[in-house]
Write a new protein. Structure first.
Length: 90
């Protein structure tokens, strides 16, 4: 067993040498630490938002919300999004 430099609840995580080397390779390839790699890929380790929603769940909800809009809607005209039309009443 090899102790990685990842501390979990103030304990070292013991893994075999082959697994440790693979984790190092994957982390290096992504340009992140082993801890960041684990957090990104292991469910339950990701941080939650202030309202207790996991970031991955929030992203899925956002994607669903985006997909709920009509995909065949015509684009707005240049006049509709111009500064003059936005502040026309001022």
């Amino acid at each position: 067993m090899v102790s990685l430099g990842v501390i979990i609840m103030r304990r070292m995580l013991d893994v075999d040498e082959k697994t440790a080397e693979r984790l190092r390779e994957l982390a290096a390839a992504d340009g992140v630490s082993i801890e960041q790699l684990l957090v990104a890929h292991i469910p339950g380790l990701k941080a939650t938002s202030g309202n207790g929603v996991k970031a991955s769940d929030a992203l899925l909800e956002f994607d669903e919300w985006v997909e709920s809009f009509a995909q065949d809607a015509s684009p707005l005209s240049d006049d509709a999004i111009s500064r003059a039309s936005i502040y026309r009443d001022r």
